[in-house]
Design a protein around this ligand. Structure first.
Ligand code: FAD
Length: 116
């Protein structure tokens, strides 16, 4: 059956949200202004108040107290989101992602050309 027009469950919402967050981080400026850095920090904190999975958002707000967003460049932000995602993966019993590959996964594609 075609379920394309049904509301997303927790898993589908997660997949789509990670796609947005990692892509946003990859395309964040290499040299963000002070104001862009402040805005990205605000965005992440506000996001954690409205993410529409209540227990996910609660855990995220706790996580943010221990792991302040690293907003000084697209590279630091991409690593920060990758590490955040890995902490969620750990909690859910999913495999760890190798964060050296995060820009290949979300921006540049893989060296074998399969994404070209
Ligand atoms: P996902 O984990 O959604 O990953 C999608 C793709 O991202 C993967 O196929 C892989 O290519 C890539 N990827 C995997 N790990 C990384 C990484 N570390 N860095 C970069 N790319 C990576 N679900 C719950 O059940 N409980 C929760 O508490 C919960 N909290 C969440 C908090 C947030 C902020 C978000 C965005 C989602 C949360 N989810 C939670 C959803 C959960 O993380 C998954 O999205 C969902 O379980 C579907 O998992 P998946 O295995 O299909 O792939």
């Amino acid at each position: 059956t075609n379920t394309d027009d049904c509301p997303p469950d927790k898993s589908e919402l997660g997949i789509n949200t990670w796609s947005f967050l990692h892509t946003m981080a990859a395309y964040y400026p290499e040299k963000p202004t002070t104001s862009q850095q402040a805005d990205m920090k605000s965005f992440i904190h506000l996001f954690s108040k409205f993410y529409p999975c209540e227990h996910c958002a609660e855990d995220l707000r706790e996580d943010l107290k221990k792991h302040e967003p690293e907003v000084t460049s697209n590279l630091t932000l991409s690593q920060w989101f990758c590490n955040l995602h890995n902490r969620v993966n750990l909690k859910l019993g999913k495999p760890q992602f190798d964060c050296r590959n995060v820009l290949k996964r979300w921006k540049d594609g893989w060296p074998d050309g399969k994404c070209d």
